[in-house]
Design a protein around this ligand. Structure first.
Ligand code: OGA
Ligand code: NI
Length: 349
């Protein structure tokens, strides 16, 4: 029984035609998404800011500083990554998830170890807890010593080349953004990049099948990301939401934009001046949804601590130093709910 549950993909349930949500996917009432209360949120109507990085975009460092302070999330346009590449990654992801189960299972992840590379569905190794209505493919992309494209799908035929090109482009864009975020805090441009050290990059393609009872489920439960910064692209189906002042606000899909989500280590480095964004994904009854998240993380032996330059009388040291590997273990053992992991680092709790 347990072995079957471990390899269960959400897509298999959907293809078998389940009419009711299986109990393991039913969220407790207080965590359900209240889909009927959702409203459209574009950048000029209460949504996350859109920052133009192009030559006519004004002062992007100031705009990013405001977005990080108010939201911990924003979208960037004119970011220099060719729009065709974003489209190729999405197309390649959907063609993988459309392939027969048998072909996909050749690339299954190891369900016993957390964050293992490959095709999977459940994020946490622990066995209790409500499951997300999501399947995914996780790629270990950087450093190159960890990159082994033979573990990635070989269909469509350009899959591995596209992932490599995308990985390199997302590394560059993340570094550009980390420079701007550092500058917006009054730190030297390379400060955050150097505090993080060599980048460990994972690329996760998430596939959210249509859900028979979307009001009862979540595609991905509420969490903040554990590394430094996340860059996410999505297709044209809504689903990503960011928590702002106690309200869930949807992130409008913009085909050429990249969604930027501040993660926990940037909150620590900024000594809490910027907060990591709490976010989740909701699902719907009719349309599958695809997103591609690229995580920019420290290596597990890296120690992360607040920037000394940001510690003042008015803003005293807020977070304890943390070994990133310990942070990751705690995240996977306690679960990601809300911000409980970063709260454990607070000096005055
Ligand atoms: C994630 C994430 C949201 C989405 O993978 O950490 O928050 O829309 N994904 O898929
Ligand atoms: Ni996330």
């Amino acid at each position: 029984m347990e072995a079957a549950a471990e390899t269960q993909r959400v897509q298999t349930l959907v293809e078998a035609g389940v009419a009711h949500l299986p109990a393991r996917y039913v969220q407790p009432p207080e965590l359900r998404p209240h889909l009927s209360r959702r409203r459209d949120a574009t950048a000029d109507r209460g949504g996350i800011p859109v920052v133009d990085l192009g030559p006519s975009g004004g002062d992007p460092v100031a705009a990013i500083g405001r977005a990080c302070r108010e939201w911990g999330a924003f979208q960037v346009v004119n970011h220099g990554v060719r729009p065709g590449l974003l489209e190729e990654v999405r197309a390649m992801g959907s063609s993988f998830f459309r392939a027969p189960m048998e072909a996909k299972l050749r690339f299954a992840c190891d369900p016993r170890s957390p964050a293992s590379e490959g095709y999977g569905s459940r994020m946490l190794a622990k066995d209790d807890g409500v499951l997300d209505w999501r399947d995914y493919f996780d790629h270990h992309a950087l450093p190159e010593s960890r990159r082994n494209p033979s573990r990635w799908p070989d269909f469509p035929s350009n899959y591995r080349d596209v992932v490599i090109e995308y990985s390199n482009n997302m590394k560059k864009l993340a570094q550009t953004l980390l420079c701007m975020i550092s500058q917006s805090l009054g730190l030297p441009p390379l400060y955050i990049e150097e505090a993080v050290g060599e980048v460990y990059q994972n690329i996760t393609i998430s596939y959210y099948p249509p859900c028979p009872q979307p009001d009862l489920a979540l595609g991905l439960q509420s969490h903040s990301d554990m590394g430094a910064i996340t860059l996410l692209i999505q297709d044209d189906v809504e689903g990503l939401e960011v928590l702002k002042d106690g309200e869930w606000v949807q992130v409008q899909p913009l085909s050429d934009a990249v969604v930027v989500i501040l993660a926990d280590q940037t909150e620590v480095i900024s000594n809490g001046e910027y907060k990591s964004a709490v976010h989740r994904a909701v699902v719907n009854a009719h349309h599958p949804r695809l997103s591609v998240a690229t995580f920019y993380d420290p290596c597990k032996t890296r120690k992360i601590y607040p920037a000394m330059q940001l510690i003042t009388k008015q803003s005293p040291l807020k977070y304890r130093e943390v070994l990133y590997g310990d942070y990751v273990s705690s995240w996977y053992s306690k679960g990601p709910e809300g911000k409980r992991n970063i709260d454990a680092l607070l000096i005055n709790q």
